[in-house]
Design a protein around this ligand. Structure first.
Ligand code: FES
Length: 101
């Protein structure tokens, strides 16, 4: 359930558009940024966009991503995807098209 201030924000809207409806159903407020990118690390709910941002900010190993976002630090099943995303960032022309949005 979003905090009361978030619900009040939604009730003030004349109509709920698709984005506002998704925020409400997801229990979030529309004022928070909604990351619709695919979830890469299911254990910690870490999305592709957050991982790509971490890589762009200098995280160039699974350990660095784990330290920053916790991704890859539990069951490890997302580690191959993290490695692929890091490799794609190192060779952007070759594999950028393969990255999840
Ligand atoms: S899915 Fe990422 S650590 Fe389990």
């Amino acid at each position: 359930m979003p905090p009361w201030s978030g619900l009040a924000e939604v009730w003030r809207l004349e109509r709920l558009d698709a984005t506002a409806r998704r925020f409400l159903l997801a229990g979030r407020t529309a004022s928070t940024s909604f990351d619709a990118s695919p979830t890469i690390c299911a254990c910690f709910g870490v999305k592709s966009q957050a991982i790509l941002s971490a890589i762009a900010d200098g995280a160039r190993s699974t350990e660095a991503i784990g330290a920053q976002l916790n991704a890859g630090t539990n069951c490890g099943s997302c580690l191959p995807e993290l490695r692929r995303m890091i490799a794609a960032a190192r060779a952007p022309q070759k594999a950028k098209a393969d990255l999840p949005a």
